[in-house]
Design a protein. Sequence first.
Length: 449
Amino acid sequence: MSPTSAATQFRTTVPNDLEPFWMPFTSNRAFKARPRMISRAKDMYYYTPEGKQVLDACAGLWCTNAGHNRDSIVAAIQAQAAELDFSPSFQYGHPKSFELAARIAALAPGDLDHVFFCNSGSEATDTALKIALAYWNVKGEGQRTRLIGRERGYHGVGFGGISVGGMVNNRKFFGGLLTGVDHLPHTYNRAEQAFTKGEPEWGAHLADDLENLVTLHSASNIAAVIVEPMAGSTGVLPAPKGYLKRLRQICDKHNILLIFDEVITGFGRLGHAFAAERYGVIPDMICFAKGVTSGSVPMGGVIARKGIYDAFMKGPDYMVELFHGYTYSAHPLACAAGLAALDLYRDEDLFARANKLEAKWADAAMSLKGLPNVLDIRQVGLTAAVDLASKPDAVGRRGFDAMEKGFHEQGIMVRTAGDTLAVTPPLTVTEAQIGEIFDKLASLIRQVA
Ligand code: PXG
């Protein structure tokens, strides 16, 4: 279907009054003065209400891993809406939730075989932290309450997630947060790592800081460590070689639970179902969201190892074992969308596809080296980020301008974190589109010089 005929089919009226919507993580005034409006999507492209095509170099918000509006996912959601709109997952069940849990568990490594559903990445991380605390309670070690995150980590916006997270703006406005939280150092060092393709050689030793925290607090007080295998939101910081293995070893030594937040890295982003597989490390829990439904319906969840689930299965069998859950846990529409997305990933072998494309993607990303203001380029799996030097008097200006010009002038969607530009396309991206993404980025970088 040509963009024009589709635009006619999906005609959208844009409201005159944009004021009432308080937009999330958005510069509201700038947006409302010059909106970047999107009214439909197909495969690798967004379309504006005027029918202008915009190449989606971000998989939406790192989530539409199978591309947009895939026919089978659309059909599955439509059929599900007609058959069962909602049913509670507290004390009742619907078949697709069990089917999807089994499919997700089958994709996870080792004995990560029980799936707790929620509706977002933020809920997933809060859920994992709560399971960790409750696990130690039911094991009779309720004094293990300390949670350890990492600087420059992003674990969503719940109070748990921002407490273990390490992004200053996500923390500084919101008071005291959870107490009893520590942070490992982040793993980025430009002097040692600049312009590395994939995982940097330098930095595995930073995992040893966990030993220092054990020395300080005693392992017997520490419940869990949570990290992203690749820190996405703070600008694509791949784990240094050997870092995650070292973290696992230290956690094993001290009986500390290790949680991987795979909200971004799950479902193919790093060329495997989960990054845990790429790194040969089995965490105790994996948080997921985004790609599970290819972004089509909100869903998140936690995959827990058998031993964690089993620890809760005691006491009278009519009693609730874990006092946690959401009205929309395992919502039928999300489950239907999830099953259809997993079918697409399998049938089109999209995780392996991402793996095969990675070398080309990495070369294309590094080709931007030497452009004006480019301080560093990082890449892992099908993600890349470019750090631009900030204007001395206006931090974030270059990043914002690149995003805006990208949308309005170059027909491309990019994400920015300050003056860092990030791209992370659907796994269906073609080699030609990879070329287009980095050509457009190059031209944007020159434009904002
Ligand atoms: N954990 C990780 C690792 C994430 O990246 C969340 C939790 C929270 O997910 P929800 O579904 O509650 O938003 C995320 C979210 C960006 C960007 O451009 C990243 C996210 C969301 C929006 C934008 O860096 N990650």
